[in-house]
Design a protein around this ligand. Structure first.
Ligand code: ZN
Ligand code: FE
Length: 256
């Protein structure tokens, strides 16, 4: 584990704005609202140096202009983004130095076409916005389900100890849905219980570990025979491809 401190700033009803700092300087990821960020910076006596943006949705970018105006910080975000322009535009393979730690940019289109993620191998963390959630994944608004699956496949290949910092607390709803998909997944039951306790204690369920996600998150389990069996039983699958499995799970969740 690395040298950066990462903590959540709560925004709206269920957004997490991630604060990255070294006790002096700070970066924030996806500040949808400037107000709670400014309050936290003041309280913790931190100087905002930069803003990282994963995609253009307003709940992730709504605070950028105000934060930039009041702190003079720089912004990093996806190229060809309706949310831009940013001071630094990023594409797959680009590097961003955050307080001495190297993050590499992964293109993860699907939820939106401009969606990127920030991955640090040394810190074993990824900021993945609305692509992968704890127990779930983002809705496919702009891309196609196969494209989203490809993006998730890219994330699935990262080391299992990678901590998943997503932008929403959707975990309990996601895990309740996951249970419909895999009623006899014991790993899922245990994790749901753990997360219910965290929420009763008003604690975030984010971050989770990628290796664990692969065991209970139905949106990373397109190759699981159990997932396929449920979909077949429910008449939701007529094709055996990974894309068909993923698409069927995504469509089911949209309706659930
Ligand atoms: Zn979004
Ligand atoms: Fe969002």
């Amino acid at each position: 584990m690395g040298s950066l401190t990462i903590s959540p700033i709560h925004a709206f009803s269920d957004n997490y704005i991630w604060l990255i700092h070294d006790e002096r300087e700070a970066y924030v990821v996806d500040p949808g609202d400037a107000v709670p960020v400014l309050a936290t910076l003041e309280q913790s006596q931190l100087t905002l140096s930069g803003i990282l943006i994963t995609h253009h949705h307003y709940d992730h970018t709504g605070g950028v202009a105000q934060l930039k105006n009041s702190t003079g910080c720089e912004t990093w975000g996806p190229e060809n983004s309706p949310g831009g322009p940013y001071d630094h535009t990023l594409h797959e393979g680009a590097d961003v130095n955050v307080l001495g730690v190297e993050f590499s940019v992964l293109a993860v289109p699907g939820h939106t076409l401009d969606h990127i993620a920030f991955y640090s191998e040394s810190e074993e963390v990824i900021f993945c916005g609305d692509t992968l959630f704890v127990g779930g994944c983002g809705r496919v608004f702009e891309g196609s389900p196969p494209q989203m699956r490809q993006s998730l496949e890219k994330l699935r290949q990262l080391p299992p100890q990678t901590r998943i910092f997503c932008a929403h607390e959707y975990t309990l709803a996601n895990l309740h849905f996951a249970r419909l998909v895999e009623p006899s997944n014991q790993r899922l039951e245990a994790f749901l219980e753990h997360c219910e306790q965290r929420r009763r204690d008003s604690l975030p369920t984010v971050p989770s570990l990628l290796g664990a996600e692969c065991e209970y998150n139905p949106f990373l389990r397109w190759d699981s025979p159990a997932v396929r069996a449920t979909l077949k039983e429910r008449g939701r699958l007529d094709d055996d491809t990974y894309d068909a499995v993923f698409t069927a799970v995504r469509e089911w969740k949209n309706q659930a």
